[in-house]
Ligand binder design. Structure first.
Ligand code: PBG
Length: 326
């Protein structure tokens, strides 16, 4: 060819041409909104490290859920912050406890119009802040924790959750939860397994969001950032145990993992754009260093392009609003 080949650029020439030829599209239904509710609040309480995100009251949570429905958001993942914590995380099992009650309240508000998910993990409920109970040496006791997860799952299903999100990275958690759900008659309650969840510095702001008491880290149960093959093993195990959907978390520093999982998973794949990812973009935008809307849209598009079918993001409702107007 004697002329320069402009085939790549021809399809970029106008907004309509770019829209027609986009390989990846975002839709509100792909988005899942993580939301926090704190027991005993009379007003929503801002989370300073996550500007724009709050710890909800019952009323403000119900409004946020109704707004998510209006905007076409696909789901909501609920995290509860209890007033009282203990070593066993007992408040997680109380049908009137903050998270179980929130699930019931949101269900009463939006019914089946939004997929209502509950976090099945003990870190919000324990006074030491670990995702499970501790043995005499202070090591997180996998099997003793499983027994509590099974009961927590039933409590959340009883409250009306459509889907459960076990995020504690205990081995065998999916099997135990599936069995507990079957035995309690919740055969249609689905499980979104936090299958490949890495120990990450980017969880920092979440600790503020749930008033976490954790000292130390979660490296004995969450994955090591150096490992890639291991993510496939984690997903395979969760699939064998009955996971209905699998998740990679965090998202932006783990797009290779997400692509690997998307290539092998026969079930829908989620990615969680976590608190620190949110905080970084908000902080840079607040300084005028990046364009906020552009950066948010690009970050979620990149996660989807890497292979996520659904994305948990604190921007779910705002982004859904932008997608509806465009
Ligand atoms: C554990 C849990 C965590 C997050 C979601 N579920 C914290 C952790 O594992 O340390 C973090 C989410 C985020 O950072 O946005 N219940």
């Amino acid at each position: 060819m004697s002329f320069p080949n402009h085939r790549p650029r021809r399809l970029r020439a106008t907004p309509a041409m770019r829209r027609l030829t986009a390989e990846t599209r975002l839709a509100p239904a792909d988005l899942i909104l993580p939301a926090f509710i704190r027991e005993g609040l009379t007003e929503p309480s801002p989370i300073s490290s996550m500007p724009g995100v709050v710890q909800h009251t019952t009323e403000s949570l119900k409004r946020a859920a109704a707004e998510a429905v209006e905007l076409g958001v696909g789901g909501i993942m609920l995290f509860g912050v209890p007033a009282v914590r203990d070593a066993q995380g007992t408040a997680s099992l109380d049908p009137e406890g903050v998270l179980n009650k929130a699930i019931r309240d949101v269900k009463a508000e939006v019914g089946d119009d939004l997929v209502i998910m509950g976090d099945v993990c003990l870190d919000e409920f324990t006074d030491h802040g670990h995702c499970g109970v501790l043995d005499a040496d202070g090591y997180v006791d996998n099997d003793a924790t499983l027994e509590i997860y099974g009961r927590m799952a039933v409590a959340q299903a009883d409250a009306g959750a459509h889907m459960l999100g076990p995020s504690g990275m205990m081995d065998g958690q999916i099997a135990v939860i599936r069995q507990a759900l079957e035995e309690s008659g919740h055969k249609n309650t689905a499980i979104l397994a936090y299958a490949a969840k890495y120990a990450s510095a980017f969880y920092g702001p979440f600790r503020e969001a749930v008033d976490s008491q954790l000292k130390g880290d979660r490296r004995t149960y969450q994955m090591d950032a150096a490992n890639r093959r291991e993510a496939v093993l984690e997903v395979e195990l969760d699939l064998e145990e009955g996971a209905d959907m699998v998740m990679v978390k965090p998202a932006m520093s783990y797009l290779d993992i997400l692509a690997d999982v998307a290539a092998m998973s026969p079930v829908p794949v989620s990615a969680y754009q976590i608190s620190g990812e949110y905080a970084m973009i908000e902080a840079a935008a607040a300084n005028g260093w990046i364009d906020r809307r552009g950066a948010i849209t690009e970050s979620v598009l990149g996660i989807k392009r890497a292979g996520a079918d659904t994305v948990l993001t604190y921007w779910a409702s705002e982004l859904a609003g932008w997608l509806k107007e465009s």
